[in-house]
Design a protein around this ligand. Structure first.
Ligand code: OAD
Ligand code: ZN
Length: 249
């Protein structure tokens, strides 16, 4: 629950940290109208990951996979960053938040003005050729699917990480680089079930850092978090940042 107590505790931990990082998941974009993956209304309740988010699925039916991505792309294009995204940007501007590590493929952190962002699962608003180095930004959903490479004619694919695929070059290294320095982590809107991101909170905890979790529901992180706030990110984060600013004046 979002009580004065937990807000105060979280704000104190943030102000006292030297190197705070954040891990975000689809829950932070839920209030912007983008569906999460797990849970009641989650994407994985309606769709099977192995039929849509694997290289095998793409090569057996690229049109079906692109139809699903087109639908998700149109939602991301219509969405706006919410109060939670802006609260994190404000923490970064205050110099209190060093890095945001996100599992999200939307661009809402970028559009909220965040500078130091590590995107672990790619970017849904880019497509790349499966054969050559061509890539392009996506400004509207594709009309003809599957889209083809204008350079070589091969298939274009979404520039996201599918199950069984490695993370983008450098993302893992950058993630551990900042996690090693961290003495605190905000864990926001993630079920923490997908590795390696899911292991980050316990990595920071085992290194002596503090864990502040904000999630609508309990997760595997909740029992060892120093503060676990069961609330909407768009409500909890602005309240915490407001308290942080009171400490700073
Ligand atoms: P999940 O769908 O697994 O988890 C979303 C979490 O957000 C859940 O724990 C919800 O309780 C919480 N939540 C929902 N709405 C919220 C709100 N308004 N405020 C705070 N919390 C809220 O999503 P992720 O953890 O991001 O991977 O999933 C991780 C990865 O699994 C995704 O990046 C994706 C997926 O398969 C790939 O596509 C590679
Ligand atoms: Zn090509």
């Amino acid at each position: 629950m979002l009580t004065e107590d937990v807000v105060l505790k979280a704000a104190k931990l943030i102000v006292n940290s030297n190197y705070l990082i954040a891990l975000t998941g689809s829950g932070i974009s839920a209030e912007s109208g983008i569906p999460t993956f797990r849970g009641e209304d989650g994407l994985w309740k309606k769709y099977r990951p192995e039929e849509l988010a694997t290289p095998e699925a793409f090569f057996s039916d690229p049109k079906k996979v692109w139809e699903w991505y087109n639908w998700r792309i149109s939602m991301v294009l219509k969405a706006e960053p919410n109060k939670a995204h802006y609260a994190l940007t404000e923490l970064e501007k205050l110099g209190l938040l060093k890095t945001i590590i996100t599992q999200n493929v939307d661009d809402l952190h970028e559009r909220s003005g965040v500078k130091n962002l590590i995107k672990l699962h790619g970017n849904i608003l880019e497509a790349r050729c499966i054969s050559c180095s061509y890539r392009e930004k996506i400004k509207t959903p594709y009309i003809e699917i599957p889209p083809k490479c204008p350079k070589c004619g091969s298939l274009l694919r979404p520039d996201v990480v599918w199950f069984s695929e490695p993370l983008p070059t450098g993302a893992l290294e950058k993630m551990y680089e900042s996690a090693k320095k961290a003495d605190g982590i905000l864990v926001i809107g993630t079920s923490a079930m997908v590795m390696p991101a899911g292991a980050l909170p316990s990595f920071v905890k085992n290194n002596g850092g503090v864990v502040i979790e904000i999630n609508l529901d309990p997760t595997p992180v909740s029992h060892y978090a120093d503060v676990s706030i069961q609330s909407k990110a768009g409500e909890a984060l602005p309240a915490i940042v407001k308290k942080v600013k009171e400490f700073l004046v």
